[in-house]
Design a protein around this ligand. Structure first.
Ligand SMILES: [Zn+2]
Length: 60
């Protein structure tokens, strides 16, 4: 029997929160994925950062 999956409302990504303003320049707070390029931010976990796009994982 197929069960209908309830769709979770996806949260919008607040990219502006990933930048920090330092004077006139913007500083990146989060790492960007080396595989996907500068437009992708990596999620930071306790001991690692992961890319949600390509699942690239970097351990600290
Ligand atoms: Zn990536």
């Amino acid at each position: 029997m197929a069960k209908k999956k309830e769709k979770k409302p996806s949260k919008p990504i607040k990219v502006h929160e990933y930048y920090k303003k330092e004077g006139d320049a913007l500083k990146r707070e989060k790492k960007s994925c080396p595989k996907c390029g500068a437009g992708t931010f990596m999620a930071t976990h306790k001991n690692r950062s992961t890319c949600g796009k390509c699942h690239y994982c970097e351990f600290n």
